[in-house]
Design a protein around this ligand. Structure first.
Ligand code: EPS
Length: 374
């Protein structure tokens, strides 16, 4: 079973991730990991922290001569800002953050003890894990990318795009968005939010190509892969909703406008002319692209803070103001890719098994042959 844990505080010494259950013999491309880390740091509306941190991953175990050993892979990302012991106490909880409930739950009188771990900085470790998982998935011809489809009230024009197009066209833009007109409006909106001391949420979409039919299962609730992906996306900071395929729109349409009809051609086999299901039927991948969207609420650190209560005096105050970002939707897309890459790699390893890459790819090929003959 593939699993990972992370450790580390936002201003502690470093972030750590341990990824366990990888097959042996996977070549690891370190420059591809670096590139993923940079992608997470990128995006208009991010705060000053991203300008001085250079999130570099050091792999400290599980790798020899560039290939995985099959043993746990441990990774470390050093924090340039490791001021945790010098930072002042926080007693004015921010509405929307883990601050108040976290302090009550762990009985902390200094909210810094909560926010240091609750910070979205932890997602750097997840992106490192996802970068490794992407390299495993690549060996099975599964590729994924993401883009921003909405920021605040601005919605991008729906532009269908392949993974390759997303990487080439969305990634280099300031908001990782395909629609240049919408991008301009989003930038204006962010600039206005900076002036107003406010924050913005939005929507990212992850697209996966190459997943074979039959990952996940309908036979038991906890094996439904769409549900597993839903949980993975909801586990990203500030995400409040998830959508797969037509998602919420499907709830308002009749069945005839929602289901993807089934066709067959001798040469290519079964196919659909649409993908409203977002690549899932009955909790299983259909073989069509997987489309998952994550909806982020605006970040909870506002430079013009909201009303709160001091936790010791119980007097009304305004919330604490920590250094933060105005929006992180482009970065959240990269984190979404990482979470989905992990869950898909896990689902592939469950389905195809294999202690080595050779065993995994052989089993995968055999299954593809079998379903192509169905
Ligand atoms: C983040 C690092 C943090 C924030 C952000 C994400 O750095 P700092 O708090 O030192 O400025 O920029 O954290 C949050 C949005 C949050 O709510 O905690 C990062 O590396 O992504």
């Amino acid at each position: 079973m593939l699993r990972f844990v992370t450790a580390g505080e936002s201003h502690g010494k470093c972030l750590v991730a341990i990824l366990e259950g990888l097959p042996a013999g996977v070549p690891v491309d370190l420059s591809a990991i670096e590139a993923e880390m940079k992608r997470r740091q990128w995006g208009y509306g991010r705060g000053p922290r991203m300008q001085f941190e250079t999130d570099r991953v050091e792999i400290v175990s599980g790798l020899r001569r560039g290939k995985t050993l099959g043993s746990p892979l441990a990774m470390e990302i050093a924090n340039k800002d490791c001021s945790i012991d010098r930072l002042p106490a926080v007693t004015q909880p921010r509405p929307g953050h883990a601050d108040l409930t976290g302090a009550m739950k762990y009985d902390h009188r200094d909210i810094r003890n909560v926010l240091e771990r609750a910070s979205a900085r932890e997602t750097a470790a997840r992106v490192a894990v996802g970068a490794i998982c992407k390299q495993v998935l690549s060996r099975l011809d599964i590729e994924l990318a993401s883009h921003v489809v909405a920021l605040g009230s601005v919605r991008a024009k729906p532009i269908p795009a392949t993974v390759k197009q997303l990487r080439a066209k969305a990634d280099p833009t300031p908001l990782r968005c395909l629609d240049p007109q919408a991008t301009k409006q989003m930038i204006r909106l962010i600039d206005a939010a900076v002036k107003a001391g406010d924050t913005l949420g939005g929507v990212f979409e992850v697209v996966v190509e190459g997943a074979p039919p039959g990952l996940g299962s309908y036979v038991h609730y906890d094996r439904r892969l769409d549900a597993i992906l839903g949980r993975a996306i909801l586990a990203i900071h500030a995400v409040k909703a998830v959508e797969i395929g037509d998602g919420t729109l499907a709830a308002s349409l009749p069945g005839s406008k929602v289901q993807d009809e089934i066709f067959y051609k001798k040469r290519t086999g079964f196919y659909r002319s649409q993908n409203r299901a977002g690549g899932f039927e009955g909790g299983m991948t259909t073989g069509q692209p997987i489309i998952v969207r994550g909806f982020l609420k605006p970040l909870s650190t506002l430079r013009k803070p909201l009303r709160s209560v001091e936790i010791n005096t119980k007097k009304p105050v305004v919330a604490t103001v920590e250094r933060s970002d105005v929006t992180t939707v482009p970065a959240a897309g990269v984190i979404g890719e990482a979470m989905i890459a992990f869950e898909l790699a896990k689902a592939c390893l469950e389905k195809f098994g294999g202690d080595s890459l050779r065993e995994l790819t052989r089993n995968h090929q055999g299954y593809l042959r079998q379903v192509s003959q169905f």
